[in-house]
Design a protein around this ligand. Structure first.
Ligand code: SF4
Ligand code: SF4
Length: 327
């Protein structure tokens, strides 16, 4: 019998939700396990890094890597799995675009360490204030920690990525479709995002109620509205990013009466998801006077967190480091 294709799963700076998404394949995971040989999956199976190092280059058919890249260890593992794999798939928003952990790029390592270990309001100040060091001497010898990089990166800012599975986390359907496509060899051109090719609005069940020319005079937050489940959320004043977000998620948030926050990322032709979102918002503001426009925009509580929630490391402008944590 021919050898089964070897598959690896790895997590970098991840909340664990993407690992859950694999387990959520439920019965289908049994078919996957039947069809492949899982050779590395730190969250579930006891393989060691040495086991991967001992494999021949290119011997793993596909590595699914979730989470953003924040630590030297994650960068080393990404390079190792790239070397050993025919295909590398960025799994989930954090790997695809930097994700929620990427919002830490508003600060650098020094200010993050200062806040968490020295000046943050929940830190108790003893006599010795210590921040983690890469090497620590203890009576038993030297302990080593991974280096904490100044910036969070998406996976493709570290290694070449063959395909992207978007979402926070990716849905069962797109994961299952991707695995079937990989096993059958029926894959789109390298570099493709394995999800929809049109904006979410096209598949949204509320699309029929979206006005042809949509303008907003007031932006509302979800707790301020009694949501009408039959009407486009944007038409109700909720900042739904469906018009500028890739579809393919089965409108799960909309079905739950929550506006789209953009986790499937931008469409193919868009380089900067946040800039696209901002430009979209400015195109639907129903006001001409600067003061009124600013009043409307004031209702966006955290513009970076809204428009760059999943993609700050992919910001096309240079990132800024002057912001103080807690400030
Ligand atoms: S993409 Fe979402 S679910 Fe996956 S690791 Fe990142 S935050 Fe967690
Ligand atoms: S704006 Fe949001 S709620 Fe309205 S049609 Fe698009 S995805 Fe659906």
């Amino acid at each position: 019998m021919a050898d089964k294709p070897k598959v690896a799963f790895y997590w970098c700076a991840s909340c664990g939700g993407c690992e859950e998404a694999v387990v959520d394949l439920a019965e289908e995971i049994l078919d996957v396990v039947e069809a492949v040989d899982i050779v590395f999956w730190p969250v579930a199976l006891d393989f060691k890094v040495e086991d991967v190092e001992a494999m021949e280059d290119g011997s793993i058919a596909v590595s699914f890597i979730n989470g953003a890249v924040r630590l030297s260890e994650q960068e080393e593992m990404a390079h190792l799995l790239r070397q050993k794999s025919q295909l590398v798939i960025a799994f989930g928003s954090c790997s695809h675009l930097g994700g929620v952990p990427g919002l830490a790029n508003l600060w650098d390592k020094a200010s993050i360490f200062d806040y968490y270990y020295v000046s943050g309001p929940t830190v108790e100040h003893g006599e010795n204030i210590e921040v983690p060091e890469v090497k620590i001497e203890v009576p038993e010898g030297t302990l080593e920690l991974p280096e904490f990089w100044d910036e969070v990166k998406s996976l493709d800012q570290v290694v070449k990525v063959d395909y992207y599975l978007p979402g926070c986390p990716p849905t069962v359907k797109i994961v299952s479709n991707a695995i079937k496509a990989i096993l059958s060899g029926d894959l789109p051109p390298p570099g493709s995002v394995l999800a929809g090719t049109r904006a979410l609005c096209y598949e949204c069940p509320l699309n029929d109620s979206k006005p042809e020319k949509l303008l907003v005079k007031e932006i509302k937050r979800v707790h301020e509205v009694e949501i009408d489940p039959e009407t486009c959320l944007l038409a109700q004043g909720l900042l739904c990013l469906g018009p500028v977000t890739r579809g393919g998620c089965e409108s799960l948030c909309i079905e739950g009466h929550m506006p789209c926050t953009g986790c499937f990322g931008p469409l193919d032709e868009v380089l900067d998801q946040g800039a696209k979102g901002l430009s979209f918002l400015s195109s639907i503001i129903d006001a001409d006077e600067e003061e009124e426009i600013l009043q409307i925009l004031d209702k966006v509580p955290d513009p970076v967190g809204v428009f760059y929630r999943y993609s700050l490391p992919r910001l096309s402008l240079t990132s800024k480091k002057e912001v103080k944590l807690g400030g």
